[in-house]
Unconditional design. Structure first.
Length: 552
């Protein structure tokens, strides 16, 4: 920066940040071209319908970036506010990113119904994706389903409606554009001095890669009872996913960071149950309805490629690497892995007697991020145009990691780092004066250990050793998700062209009613920023709003 500007009467106008500018352009396009032939007819007591069709989906993406850094101390504009790249202290290097992808599809469907209570449906679809290898870029996935409305055969005052249903289906999937077709990135100003011409790709791609495919079966029933005042829906499903396309870490001595391949097999199975009831349904206009949902799912890793016993799950490594999410063969999906306490055969923590700090063990599995079950409760009260609704969520089990707690302990920001110990002194006081943290366990030789340790040394170990297990918690919770109060006042307006009017007051994320006991800082497991937990995120917030809805 010129001397007269950096020493002017108002230097903060120019040197508190880098005076700079740039260009950023991004264009995304999706075009769909489709057509279909449909057929519907009735043959006696049979209803028949079907269609065949095709679709071409074309996606393109273009990004152009030529920007000067806004946070640099050098390289800004030489003459302030003259926005030309020739005026830049360091001329920015333009970069582009482009891709195209096209998926061609043919599909068909049929449905046969008999006397409005037995139905048979089927479909088939074949996609050809440009993102897959040209020699193996097509994949077909059929489905078939049947339903039986047995209430049509009943003369019952108890069962208003009853249906049995079942189905089998396959769904194929491809990958993002250019994921398989690796590119060779050129360096800035190739052939200029020591600059390299281009870089080799850091990812190797399996030459036999093929589309991923899900195969699922589903069965269940739907019931309405007591003049449809009570409803019960039940679904059981089992889904197998084979040949998922994910990167597998490899030794960097190979010249690559990872290897893109079809990575084994996972199985999902579970149940979903929904019960709803009109608890009160009166002629005076006062009504109370309650709906309860429950879902239990278990997903296991059935096979992994190349005789591996575990692989890093995509997107499953946190900042600073204290915890990662792995898929472990034979175990549930999404296992948290990191550094944990070293323990003896009886589960006692092993202490280093020289320091009073915990011995650690690397690569411990600490549980799955998936819950044992989830559910919700939705209830409404209504009376003559006034409607009060509330939505509750709950979850049992699952694990999550808190980076904020780990850093908060290390830095002394959390309340427990200034607590009172069992000797009545603040743990930050000198151990000789009654302070310190009481540490109990055993030594590596099996001797009991029960001493007080300096608080700063005790809490510093959680970062120094990377100890993550104290900050992995149970993800159970029960919360009030949303409450709304609405009033329908359309009839009061008496305006011909307005068919309806409703005013609503809405509150969301209102109260975290209960969490697991070990979640002492009351993190909301439903608001975590990452699959494995929270990564130093801001706390969740409540929101309140007003909504006016007019229908014409």
């Amino acid at each position: 920066m010129p001397f007269f500007l950096s020493n002017s009467a108002a230097p903060e106008l120019y040197n508190s940040w880098s005076n700079s500018f740039g260009n950023y352009e991004r264009t995304e396009i999706e075009n769909n071209f489709s057509g279909a032939l449909r057929y519907t007819n009735r043959f006696g007591e049979f209803d028949v319908s079907g269609f065949i069709g095709g679709n071409i989906r074309y996606n393109s993406y273009h990004r152009f970036v030529e920007q000067m850094p806004t946070d640099a101390k050098t390289g800004g504009l030489i003459i302030p506010d003259v926005y030309q790249f020739s005026n830049a202290g360091i001329v920015p290097t333009p970069s582009t990113y482009d891709y195209e992808k096209q998926v061609n599809s043919l599909y068909g469907n049929f449905s046969i119904g008999y006397r409005d209570f037995i139905y048979l449906d089927g479909s088939v679809r074949n996609d050809w994706s440009s993102a897959l290898p040209a020699s193996n870029n097509g994949y077909m996935y059929p489905s078939v389903g049947a339903s039986f409305i047995f209430s049509e055969l009943l003369d019952s005052d108890f069962i208003s409606y009853g249906k049995l249903r079942g189905g089998w289906a396959q769904v194929g999937s491809d990958v993002d554009a250019i994921l398989i077709n690796q590119v060779y990135r050129t360096d800035a100003q190739p052939f200029n001095g020591s600059n390299v011409i281009m870089y080799n790709p850091t990812r190797a791609v399996s030459p036999t890669i093929e589309p991923a495919k899900n195969t699922s079966i589903e069965t269940g029933f739907d019931l309405r009872m007591l003049d449809s005042r009570i409803g019960l829906n039940f679904t059981y499903y089992r889904e197998t996913r084979k040949n998922d396309i994910i990167p597998v870490s490899v030794s960097q001595a190979s010249g690559y960071y990872d290897y893109l391949t079809n990575a084994g097999e996972t199985m999902r199975r579970g149940v979903e149950i929904s019960l709803d009831a009109d608890v009160i349904k009166s002629t005076s206009g006062f009504n109370w309805n309650v709906t309860v949902n429950f879902a239990k799912n278990k997903t296991t890793i059935e096979a992994l490629p190349d005789n591996l016993t575990s692989i890093v799950a995509p997107g499953g490594t946190g900042s600073f690497g204290f915890v990662s999410m792995y898929h472990e063969l034979g175990n549930e999906w999404g296992q948290l892995r990191g550094i944990g306490y070293a323990t003896d055969d009886n589960g006692n923590k092993i202490i280093d007697p020289a320091t009073g700090l915990y011995e650690v063990e690397t690569n411990q599995f600490m549980g799955t991020v998936l819950p044992d079950f989830t559910g919700g409760i939705f209830t409404t009260l209504s009376y003559k145009g006034v409607r009060l609704a509330a939505n509750f969520d709950f979850q049992k089990g699952g694990k999550f990691f808190s980076l904020s707690e780990q850093w908060g302990s290390y830095s002394g920001l959390l309340e427990e780092t200034a607590a009172t110990n069992d000797r009545g002194s603040n743990i930050r006081d000198d151990v000789s004066e009654g302070g310190g943290v009481r540490v109990t366990g055993v030594t590596a030789s099996g001797e009991e250990f029960d001493e007080y340790v300096d608080a700063q040394a005790y809490y510093a170990q959680f970062i120094d050793s990377g100890l993550a297990s104290p900050f992995v918690h149970n993800a159970s919770y029960f919360k009030l998700r949303e409450v709304s109060l609405s009033y329908d006042f359309g009839k009061l307006l008496n305006v011909g062209f307005i068919k309806g009017a409703q005013l609503s007051l809405i509150g969301r994320n209102l109260a975290l009613i209960a969490v697991s006991k070990d979640n002492t800082h009351r993190w909301d497991p439903s608001e975590l920023s990452q699959t494995y937990g929270e990564n130093g995120q801001l706390p969740g917030t409540r929101s309140y709003g007003v909504n006016l809805k007019l229908t014409f």
